[in-house]
Design a protein around this ligand. Sequence first.
Ligand SMILES: Cc1cc2nc3c(=O)[nH]c(=O)nc-3n(C[C@H](O)[C@H](O)[C@H](O)COP(=O)(O)OP(=O)(O)OC[C@H]3O[C@@H](n4cnc5c(N)ncnc54)[C@H](O)[C@@H]3O)c2cc1C
Length: 603
Amino acid sequence: SEQEDCAISPKAIVQDACASYATLDRLNAQVKPALDDLTQTTDFFSHYRLNLFNKACPFWNDEGGMCANIGCAVETLDNEEDIPEVWRAAELGKLEGPRAKHLGQSARKRHPEKPLLGELGGGVSEGCVFEYDDECDERDYCVPEDESAGSKGDYVSLLRNPERFTGYGGMGSRQVWDAIYRENCFQRSSFPHTADLGSSSPKNLAQQDFKQVLDAAARQLSNDKLEVPSGDVETNDECLEKRVFYRVVSGMHASISTHLCWDFLNQTTGEWHPNLSCYAARLHPFPDRISNLYFNYALLTRAVAKLGPYLKDYTFCTGDEVEDIATRNKVLEVTDRAATVPQIFDEGLMFVNGEGPSLKEDFRNRFRNVSRIMDCVGCDKCRLWGKIQTSGYGTALKVLFEFDNAEDLPVLKRTELVALFNTHARLSSSLNALAKFRDMLQASKKEQESEETKKEPEPEPEESKKEPEPEESKKQPEPEESRKEPEPSPEESKKEPESKESVAATPNEMKEEKTMGSESTPPEKKHQKEPFRPQTITEQFKHEFGLVWDAVALITGSWYRAPAAFFHIFSSETNRFVRFWIGLPVPDRDWSFEWPSLQRDEL
Ligand SMILES: Cc1cc2nc3c(=O)[nH]c(=O)nc-3n(C[C@H](O)[C@H](O)[C@H](O)COP(=O)(O)OP(=O)(O)OC[C@H]3O[C@@H](n4cnc5c(N)ncnc54)[C@H](O)[C@@H]3O)c2cc1C
């Protein structure tokens, strides 16, 4: 809802950010198709040259800290050994697709037609990819790729290496982000005209300057339709320009998070899909981060729009005129569309008052440092996109703050242009993904609500409403007593019908009782007289002797009577058989088997 969207606005550029977000979303809907077309279908913008592997992390020891050290790239799963190798962080972070070495100007002279020796594949127009000018300019906000290493870097395909989930995380990435945010603090020496940085004195021109930027951005983003309160921007921080710098870095961080949530890999199923809970955890609760992302979009849009007139004459592809024209047309489509919201960000208000030049210098140095920190990123793909985006923001700042007239512009290098437009495209797809995530979250909330209403039981007494029962007991209400104590299983109940008392007993007690009942006294003997229990040794001796005597008497008596008993049985049965055989009436048996009167257990 409108109200819900407004929740992503606090501390943002504008007081009521809904209007500005909506303006930027509308602009993005226009620009995105052209931007996607440019970055995905032209050889110039879909290949990037950088020195990915030959630069050591200049800020901490690679071995102990991280970087290429796999141990630092803590995996997202506790035990990655259980999943197929292709879904593991180490694999996901690797660069894919063909790579071509930059062999320098001499190689180009030797093979003007194929300066990359066909290494990127037959379908790629090398004249659009090869970089002719690798000189560094002192106005750069980025670190030139050939600055420190002997290697001139590699060309890689950005289409083959999309920015998405890689599993890179843990201490490694945390250390990099921390280092980047630490660059945020500007030095006092950057403000020679202002002794007291902490004060909000009206003499603090840089502070006013900064505030002006924010106010102006507010006005422009809201398309001059909203009244923006002027007194609510907190500017008495020690590091004055930090908000703009922080905004750029935080917006970049938010954009990376958006992409990894949007293009997320479930490492157990191997499916790529938007991960709503990732968005709900990393972005939705942080309106300031989303606001910074929109801020960056405005900044990049302004830079791209400003470049438009200059790019009309830019040569994108040497030796391939058709591709050159097609690329230029696509670029101009983007810059024209980006320019449809005039003065989206007024860079003219930054760095102009008293502190201007020194602040600008500090700003630039910090940005160069962020660029160097990217060499400490321990996952190739993340490093690739980290470097492109740092370079993209650096180029945007260069375009906005260094170039006042069109003659200055030709200094831009191919790498910078590719980085600028690809960073713009990243932000564009982030805005798009965020809008979809917002819708998904809304839909999932609605679904949850409707499920809860469906499940809601018939009106219950006040008391049970206060403390809802677990689902199970709601479905099958049971008597209070049986809910407290588990009942024996149906089989057990069948075997041993228990009294009411035993039902209330604990299962163990019941088991004990059953065991005793079945193995000791049989039920029919329960009511017999208690057997004699001797108290003294003499009594016990007499009792035992009596039992032995009885047993001996029983056995000898039986043996004594046995021959006569067997003779009687034999003659009686013979007589019955003869009478039966000659047809006379047969008398009943006069004998039977009987237990002796003495009980066996008494022996
Ligand atoms: C340069 C770089 C590029 C990366 N690229 C990728 C990639 O392409 N794919 C991938 O899967 N992973 C990438 N990562 C890793 C990813 O950014 C996270 O670091 C990782 O997913 C771990 O996330 P986390 O939850 O620990 O928080 P992190 O994103 O590492 O954040 C660390 C802390 O910074 C703060 N923070 C987070 N977001 C913001 C914000 N927008 N503004 C201000 N503060 C914030 C929070 O306090 C958070 O706890 C990259 C990391 C770096 C440094």
